[in-house]
Design a binder for this molecule. Structure first.
Ligand code: HMH
Length: 221
């Protein structure tokens, strides 16, 4: 049995907030088939904006990996993340066209703006590699845990939404998240207390922002 790393300890310590982000009513409504498609369309338009901002954030992580990392494979993990973001952007455009969501005039919602601003703050050169990696892991993992829940046996996810759920809920994306977790744990084991505290706060902030993002998607028109 593998010993719990820092990340698993934090997940256990903050399980209520973690579950709030990974089992949000928006996700539960996909899983039980009661989702209002207008909510899904709102999520789609807003998430496209988010993902566009997530690209430079991931690139900033790549830059830090190339400078600070003592393990060459870190860069490859992030690079594969960047490659899937390339697919993801094309996918969003196609999916938005299918659902008649005009991406050119999406009005960026406040919660999304806050989240994008938070990503920007993490791109600053002074932000430690372990902090950036903790955020990267948390951001991807909330989606992985959420959407894989909609694919489990017994879920009544509408067929129209299966493709979206598979983007983040698939085994391949799960494997990617486990790779991120390994890197994050390795960096955190070596981090001084001050930095560890910052990374933990960053983890919590990601969970809050994810919850607000789901709230925005789920909320009324
Ligand atoms: C809001 N969080 C949000 N959007 C995403 N696409 C992901 C995480 C995962 O990439």
């Amino acid at each position: 049995v593998e010993k719990d790393g820092v990340i698993d300890r934090w997940v256990k310590k903050h399980l209520v907030l973690y579950t709030g982000a990974t089992r949000h009513p928006f996700i539960l409504s996909i899983r039980d088939g009661t989702i209002d498609f207008s909510s899904f369309k709102r999520w789609l338009g807003q998430d496209y904006i988010f993902v566009r901002e997530f690209v430079p954030f991931t690139a900033s992580a790549l830059l830090k990996a190339s400078k600070n990392s003592d393990d060459n494979s870190d860069m490859e993990v992030i690079l594969s993340g960047l490659a899937s973001l390339n697919d993801e952007i094309s996918w969003f455009k196609q999916e938005a066209a299918n659902w008649d969501v005009p991406l050119s005039d999406v009005v960026v919602h406040k919660s999304n703006q806050n989240y994008c601003r938070f990503l920007e703050s993490l791109m600053l050169p002074a932000v430690e590699y372990s902090v950036v990696f903790t955020a990267l892991w948390a951001i991807e993992t909330v989606y992985q845990e959420s959407f894989s829940h909609c694919l489990e046996d017994g879920s009544k996810t509408p067929p129209e939404l299966l493709e979206s759920c598979k983007r983040w809920g698939s085994e391949g994306f799960g494997e990617f998240c486990r790779s991120l977790k390994k890197v994050a744990n390795r960096c955190l084991e070596k981090a001084p207390d001050e930095e560890l505290k910052k990374a933990e706060m960053t983890f919590l902030r990601v969970l809050e922002l994810e919850i607000e993002f789901w709230d925005m998607s789920h909320g009324g028109p």
